[in-house]
Design a protein around this ligand. Structure first.
Ligand code: FEO
Length: 399
């Protein structure tokens, strides 16, 4: 089995999942990896494990380096099952001297595996342990994105093992950022942030500030998913930008449609936005996955939502999308709504209510059209798009 030395005597020993296509609602069309790392020192340390059905990949990789029984410590940076699913079998095999985790990590491991008897070693935030030639400092990253999450930092190597943070769902035979297409990599990193961390952006900002204040030097970030960052500057800057929900000169028109009336309106609104020099993307929910749309919402300043009325409410795809969007809580967006109706016509009001709840800056009450839009109403839609475009530009100027 292939292992990759990422720093002297520190090896990637994880697994590549080429087949996963859904990660609790996130479309992982590029697959993913479950990264685990083995550091050889006077005390041999395994950082995280892998998903349960990838245990043999992990064990075979470890065996190419050492007998698994020679592992002294297992560090559990994060309890979620894609990193701890095979932990019971690994603990049985390795018989570690210590299972190192945060206080919440111990609690959550017990709640998952019901093993009070494991040799837990709870570390405090900022605590350092020696492994011989090197040391590990543990940084608490509570709620990034689970209560138990923490980072492991190896100062002698300037290496940050960052659990889920800075990851990407991206299955590759390559292990490092400079071995793959950068545009593809940054898109996957953005999509990952958008779908997993948007909600926790205030904590990301706090963490980045804390790392800066501590003067921690980082020349490699090894996340638990995807490529390892040999050049961490770019992803650190991207996390800073994303966590501030800054937005760029871009607006999205996201809609569902029944008999194409709402779709006609979407096209006209998109034209209006574009005519103001703002980049626009249209997403029909029938053809675009919510997690792909979230990746674009991350840096879009404007979000226009459209839906016809069905049974006094919204079409189910839009209702589901709003549920997902509300959960992730993007902020600092310019919003507007539109939709067609036959008789009752509640959809635009419902879309406005949802955007108000998310504190989007609504430019007006939007446009609703009975049955099929006429030329005049499509002109009104173009004007709505222009108002969105202008509002996006003004908001960016005042940022
Ligand atoms: Fe990759 Fe939160 O588990």
């Amino acid at each position: 089995m292939q292992v990759t030395e990422i720093k002297k005597d520190i090896y990637w020993v994880g697994a590549v999942d080429w087949n996963i296509r859904d990660f609790h609602g996130y479309s992982t069309y590029k697959g993913t990896t479950y990264n685990a790392f083995l550091m050889l020192d006077e005390k041999n340390v395994l950082f995280d494990t892998v998903k349960k059905n990838y245990k043999s990949d992990l064990v075979h990789r470890i065996r190419t380096l050492i007998d698994p029984e020679k592992i002294d410590y297992i560090v559990v940076n994060h309890v979620e099952m894609d990193h701890s699913g095979c932990l019971p079998e690994i603990v049985e095999l390795v018989k570690p001297e210590k299972i190192i985790c945060s206080k919440m990590g111990k609690k959550n491991l017990i709640d998952h595996f019901h093993r009070e008897d494991w040799p837990y070693h709870v570390v405090e935030p900022g605590e350092t342990i020696s492994t011989g030639k090197r040391s590990i400092t543990f940084l608490e990253t509570r709620m990034l994105h689970w209560p138990d999450s923490m980072f492991s930092y190896i100062p002698e190597e300037k290496l940050l093992i960052s659990s889920d943070a800075f990851g990407q769902h991206f299955a590759t035979s390559e292990r490092f950022d400079d071995e793959v297409d950068e545009t593809d990599l940054m898109y996957q990193a953005a999509k990952y942030y958008a779908n997993i961390l948007t909600l926790y952006s205030p904590l990301v900002r706090k963490l980045l500030k804390q790392v800066e204040e501590m003067g921690i030097e980082i020349d490699m970030i090894a996340p638990d998913h995807g490529l390892i960052w040999k050049n961490p500057g770019k992803i650190l800057q991207a996390y800073s930008d994303w966590s501030h929900h800054k937005g760029t000169n871009k607006a999205l028109v996201i809609y569902d449609t029944m008999w194409h009336s709402t779709e006609m309106m979407a096209h006209a609104i998109g034209d209006g936005i574009q005519s103001e020099g703002v980049s626009v993307k249209l997403f029909n929910l029938q053809h675009n996955h919510r997690s792909e749309i979230m990746a674009d919402i991350l840096d879009a300043k404007g979000v226009v939502l459209g839906c016809p009325t069905l049974n006094n409410g919204l079409l189910p795809r839009m209702a589901g999308f709003l549920m997902y969007l509300r959960g992730l809580r993007p902020t600092n967006k310019i919003g507007a709504a539109f939709g067609s109706y036959g008789w009752s016509g509640e959809s635009v009001k419902l879309l406005n209510n949802a955007m108000e709840e998310m504190k989007f800056d609504l430019i007006d009450q939007g446009i609703k059209v009975k049955y099929v839009p006429r030329h005049d109403t499509l002109k009104e839609c173009v004007e709505l798009g222009k108002r969105v475009g202008k509002a996006v530009k003004e908001a960016l100027e005042s940022q």
